[in-house]
Write a protein that binds this ligand. Structure first.
Ligand code: CA
Length: 457
């Protein structure tokens, strides 16, 4: 049930760019994701659009006047953040996207025929360092996968209904820590915290022993609402700018001991990684599909009259330190699809603002772990290894229940398979686990209030 406008020229599968685009590239001219990149260590950051193996630098194009009729605030393109673009709203987003698509299309010669300009505004992807696309102002994490929520229920409440009574009536979520959202490639230091196993007489303090991943997709909102004025579900599309991949790193042993009665806290807040390229809702529109049936029917404020699922293939890869040293590719540990998500982005945004809370430029909303029905499609190690009882075996022969120091996790996402359209890719979100540092802050220094008997060495 695609609702894409067939007349949108930026989505035309026949469109080609004069910038070379490899077969199978994540970034054909139909994609044009936005990101913030640095050309070197002293560079504060530039706004760019990915095309093939290159980045189109929008700042110099704005200074040359090539984008002046396409954005009301051209200086926003010279910033080191997408915030000034995010705040504009959908009509302006479409206009800017249309102009960038025009400049990059084979028929256009405004950059192509000016070699000095082309050299200045095209940066090889492999020579750029990616930064956070926007300083995240608010971060909400949902729990919207039926399969994931059911698996959690089966694991932790085996004698009860897998889903709690509210789950089918509202998209359950919590407010996370915006300041620790990091861009792909940022190392993740194994967090320390307070834990207490079921058989432990007292809690102890130390590095987590159950460091996990959560495969998620997040969206960034733009043009905001006024405090007290909810975003109605029919207007969600005016507020959602684009999507990123999210890895919500989680320390399960810390989480298990701390989460009741107020929900996730330090087991989740040490790092959340996002992919650097924001794939716009406009680029994804041809891959819009009907979502799963909802039973019971949600309350009226959560009923959408349009399709709000997206056919995005998702994959998780894991490399041990030994595999990385030997140059082996990541071992794929999960494959799933975003379209199975029970609660849609439109429902999530309508619900999150239904009490009058605002959502604007710099707000990140993540889906919650995306698990499919098959065990090979689970989105966390907790589920893939069923609480560590069925360890994964990596190509180097090592086993994993949870992450070890030196492990690298790579998540990828893309649309296109089965649609006979160009691939619209997200690139990847990756992170490598670093050991907890020795010294101040370790177990022997921070034992206050915790009984010696319960302390792990
Ligand atoms: Ca999560």
């Amino acid at each position: 049930m695609p609702v894409a406008s067939p007349s949108d020229p930026t989505a035309d599968p026949a469109l080609r760019s004069w910038v070379p685009v490899r077969e199978g590239s994540d970034f054909p001219i139909q994609n044009l994701p936005y990101g913030v990149f640095r050309r070197g260590s002293g560079d504060p950051g530039c706004i760019g659009v990915a095309i093939g193996d290159s980045i189109l630098d929008l700042g110099p194009l704005a200074r040359e006047g090539l984008l002046h009729d396409s954005i009301p605030n051209p200086t926003a393109l010279e910033a080191a953040s997408l915030e000034g673009i995010l705040g504009l709203g959908r009509p302006a987003w479409r206009k800017l996207r249309g102009r960038i698509s025009e400049l990059l299309s084979t028929a256009n010669r405004e950059i192509r025929d000016v070699p000095e300009l082309a050299e200045r505004v095209l940066v090889p992807l492999d020579q750029a360092d990616m930064a956070l696309p926007v300083a995240v102002r608010n971060y909400v994490d949902f729990y919207s996968s039926f399969e994931h929520a059911s698996n959690m229920g089966r694991m932790f409440r085996p004698d009860a209904e897998p889903l709690l009574p509210n789950w089918r009536h509202l998209p359950v979520g919590y407010h996370g820590r915006a300041g620790t959202v990091v861009v792909s490639g940022t190392p993740v230091v194994r967090p320390r915290g307070q834990t207490k196993g079921e058989d432990d007489p007292a809690p102890s303090w130390g590095p987590t022993r159950m460091l996990d991943i959560e495969l998620e997709v997040g969206f960034l909102t733009g043009a905001g609402n006024r405090l007290g004025a909810p975003i109605p579900i029919r207007a969600a599309g005016d507020h959602i700018f684009g999507l990123v991949l999210v890895n919500d790193w989680s320390a399960r042993d810390i989480q298990r001991w701390e989460y009741q009665p107020l929900g996730p806290f330090l087991g989740k807040s040490f790092a959340t990684s996002i992919s650097p390229w924001v794939v716009t809702l406009d680029a994804l529109d041809p891959y819009r599909v009907a979502g799963p049936a909802q039973d019971p029917e949600p309350l009226p404020y959560l009923r959408a009259d349009a399709a709000w699922a997206f056919d995005i293939e998702l994959e998780v890869g894991l490399s041990s330190a030994a595999m990385s040293e030997r140059g082996l590719p990541p071992h794929v540990i999960s494959r799933t699809n975003f379209r199975s998500l029970y609660w849609s982005m439109a429902q999530q945004l309508a619900h999150a603002t239904s009490n009058g809370a605002t959502a604007g430029a710099g707000d990140l909303f993540a889906s919650g772990t995306i698990s499919g029905s098959d065990p090979s499609s689970y989105g966390s190690l907790l589920e893939l290894t069923w609480r560590g009882t069925r360890p994964l075996v990596l190509p180097d022969g090592s086993k994993r229940a949870f992450l070890e120091d030196g492990d690298t996790v790579v998540m990828r996402g893309w649309c296109g398979e089965g649609h006979e359209r160009p691939r619209i890719g997200f690139g990847e979100v990756n992170g490598t686990i670093l050991a907890s540092p020795e010294g101040p802050g370790n177990a022997s220094d921070v034992g206050t209030g915790i009984g010696e008997g319960g302390r792990r060495r």
